[in-house]
Design a protein around this ligand. Structure first.
Ligand SMILES: [Zn+2]
Length: 264
């Protein structure tokens, strides 16, 4: 309560409880000294930290999010089959499944967002993300179904509101052609390729990291990443910083059955 950015909002008395509301004034955003550009995928954020003349690969991994989604998807399917004669029970159980799934996924996404933002704060970075509006889910070969986009959208929302609280600038850019453009010569490839982006000019790089370079270029060309200059040639091909991986989770996992409400 010593935090001066908190202000008392209102006090509401009930026979059995008291609700104290606080207002928090969002701190002023810092002027970015670097850019943390991230391409959002279903199992990871892949990107670069561009600082001065150095451009370094970064990654935050959350492979379990897609696994949780698949497991719950299968379980729902089984439930619907088993309880086909009892639609009401089936619906109720499916809803409970859905709530558990969301809870577990959101828990992971919060950890990812915190790790990414702590890093951005240390580096005084502007965070560059793709604008996911208008993006349609892609078919996943391994999961054999369409991957839902909500975890990625949710991750962006969490990053955006947490960033606001911490005074970290976030810029969203149009991701069109970001996965097909060569950041060195500007050629746009006809179709998507494998895990590696390769260009006729000789440039090659992990496809997702390459996409993040293009997001960064867009942000810089629009003056959204401070006074940074776009310098993809300075990319360090031999370094990768891991901002987050599930093994970093210090606290134990929630089992998904605990209450989600906030007690006052
Ligand atoms: Zn090229």
């Amino acid at each position: 309560m010593d935090d001066t950015s908190f202000a008392l909002g209102s006090l509401t008395l009930f026979p059995d409880r008291v609700i104290i509301a606080f207002r928090k004034n969002a701190p002023k955003q810092y002027v970015p000294e670097s850019a943390l550009s991230l391409d959002t995928n279903d199992r990871s954020l892949d990107g670069v930290l561009a600082r001065g003349v150095s451009v370094m690969a970064v990654k935050a991994e959350f492979p379990d999010v897609a696994v949780i989604q698949q497991r719950h998807h299968d379980r729902r399917k089984r439930l619907q089959k088993k309880k086909a004669h009892d639609r009401r029970t089936s619906r109720r159980l499916c809803r409970r499944e859905g709530a558990r799934e969301r809870h577990r996924i959101e828990y992971r996404l919060h950890q990812v967002a915190n790790a990414v933002l702590s890093f951005a704060e240390d580096q005084k970075s502007a965070v560059v993300l793709e604008d996911l509006k208008g993006i349609r889910p892609k078919w996943s070969k391994e999961l054999n179904r369409r991957l839902s986009l909500w975890p990625r959208r949710k991750l962006h929302r969490i990053i955006e509101y947490k960033a606001q609280w911490r005074g970290i600038p976030v810029v969203k850019v149009d991701p069109r052609y970001s996965s097909r453009t060569c950041p060195i010569c500007g050629r746009i490839q006809d179709s998507r390729m494998g895990a590696e982006f390769e260009c006729e000019c000789g440039w090659h790089l992990d496809r997702h990291i390459n996409a993040s370079l293009n997001l960064l270029r867009t942000a810089i060309s629009k003056g959204m990443a401070g006074g940074l200059r776009f310098n993809p040639g300075a990319f360090q091909h031999d370094v990768m910083m891991i901002l987050y991986e599930p093994a970093m989770a210090a606290r134990s996992e929630p089992n998904g059955t605990s209450g989600m409400g906030v007690a006052i």
